[in-house]
Design a protein around this ligand. Structure first.
Ligand SMILES: Nc1ccn([C@@H]2O[C@H](COP(=O)(O)OP(=O)(O)OP(=O)(O)O)[C@@H](O)[C@H]2O)c(=O)n1
Ligand SMILES: C[C@](O)(CO)[C@H](O)COP(=O)(O)O
Length: 403
């Protein structure tokens, strides 16, 4: 009769029964929050959401039931918790015993206080189990290692050749590691990780590449750095604020009106230059394009192209605003300063704000228009032309391309 091989079923066993003495704090470190979410909750979420993990079991300290509920209460799919022991080794063994009758073939043992293990790392450990009964995620040691005596005097340099820093998850065939743990429980040795128990039991342990970011949060500064890292990542995911500036100037020529901010203002001259020479809309267009690092008005609408001769500048600003929307962004505000001795801008300011808002597709409350003279100085002061300076603030989703 042929033996039927059970299809693999993977459990994650997350040990969270430690006291976190080295990290200090009012509650054990696995219940402290990183960017608003408990470390343990972050870790369980990683395994619960992994498509190849069938069951997730957490081992906690007998005093921590309320903390545990607060940390993972909203996460469905966890097995009922198991209480741990005085050492990590004992906590793991109790967890393994609880998994023994659940039809699990393989277990990934993981520290609750390693909340950054990536899905790819979990995959590497699971893949390694196809060829081995024990798989250890580890990173090659990159620092020079020193041995020192109690008085902090270095007594030697330790070669780092072939040295690897052990991480978790560590993956095992469940029956093999359970058996090894049961035997190790009565051995005089104390083991700080489960690969160590496998080695002691004669089970060959295969290395897979760990992740340097998969840090074990051990000391207070580890928790601070992790908190800052997650807060920054969350801010980036929520989007980032960009600012762009634009400047333009056009000279006067013969005519009877000027276009400024999309509004036609009667005047005894007109502005000459690209399109209808609306310096205000040109500066605003460059500000918006600048905020998304998308070139300038001349790149998209070359002045040498006859189709833009005399064209209304509305389309340039509308185009830039559309480029922002196409990237999932929004224009937060536009601010414009017109520098002109004449015509007077004040009477047209509200019309300009309304028109610019309409073209950009934002509320008029997000558009500022100001005007100043140049105090009779320079080309603007001599009445030879009009200049405009604009600023655009934009909110843009973060993309890896922008990193
Ligand atoms: N009796 C223990 C001791 C440790 N752990 C767990 O093992 C992991 C790694 O241990 P470590 O970083 O040493 O945690 P603590 O033992 O809590 O820390 P400390 O030694 O500073 O008290 C942690 O998720 C911890 O909760 C456990 O389940 N049971
Ligand atoms: C299992 C472990 O995370 C491997 O690096 C580590 O040994 C556990 O922490 P401890 O400080 O050694 O208990």
């Amino acid at each position: 009769m042929t033996e039927t091989i059970p299809s693999p079923r993977f459990a994650a066993l997350i040990v969270a029964a430690g006291r976190g003495v080295r990290a200090g704090g009012e509650v054990p470190k696995q219940y402290r929050k990183l960017a608003g979410q408990a470390i343990l909750g972050r870790t369980t979420a990683r395994f619960l959401s992994h498509p190849r993990i069938d069951e997730v079991l957490v081992v906690i300290h007998a005093d921590d039931a309320a903390l545990y509920e607060a940390a993972v209460g909203g996460q469905p799919g966890l097995l009922p918790f198991v209480t741990g022991g005085a050492t990590r080794q004992e906590s793991v063994r109790r967890g393994l015993e609880a998994l023994a009758e659940r039809g699990i073939t393989h277990v990934l043992i993981h520290d609750a206080v390693r909340p950054f293990a990536s899905p790819a790392l979990i995959d590497r450990v699971i893949d390694g189990l196809a060829a081995s009964d024990a798989v250890l995620a580890a990173s090659p040691v990159t620092d020079t290692l020193k041995r020192a005596d109690a008085g902090a005097i270095v007594s030697g340099t330790v070669s780092r050749d072939n040295l690897h820093a052990a991480e978790t998850p560590q993956g095992f065939r469940l029956d093999a590691i359970l058996e090894a743990h049961r035997r190790a429980a009565s051995a005089p040795e104390h083991f700080t990780d489960d690969a160590g128990i496998a080695e002691w039991a004669g089970i060959p342990v295969r290395l897979v590449l760990g992740e340097r970011s998969n840090i074990k949060l051990t000391l207070p500064e580890d928790i601070e750095v992790a908190d800052t890292r997650l807060r920054m990542e969350e801010q980036l995911r929520a989007g980032e604020t960009r600012v762009g500036t634009g400047y333009d100037v056009h000279s006067f020529t013969e005519g009877s009106s000027v276009w400024l901010g999309g509004v036609e203002i009667p005047h005894d001259r007109k502005l000459s230059g690209h399109s209808d020479a609306d310096v205000a809309l040109h500066a605003l267009t460059d500000a918006v394009l600048g905020a998304i690092a998308d070139g300038d008005i001349g790149d998209h609408f070359p002045p040498s192209d006859p189709q833009w001769r005399g064209a209304s500048s509305d389309r340039f600003l509308a185009f830039a605003a559309e480029r922002v929307r196409a990237r999932g962004g929004v224009i937060v505000n536009l601010d414009l300063a017109i520098i002109a001795e004449e015509p007077r801008i004040g009477p047209h300011r509200d019309a300009m704000r309304a028109r610019i808002a309409e073209i950009a597709g934002i509320g008029a409350g997000r558009v500022g228009v100001k005007a100043t003279t140049n105090e009779k100085m320079g080309f603007v002061g001599r009445g030879e032309g009009i200049a405009a300076i604009a600023t655009a603030t934009i909110r843009l989703p973060f993309t890896e391309e922008d990193a």
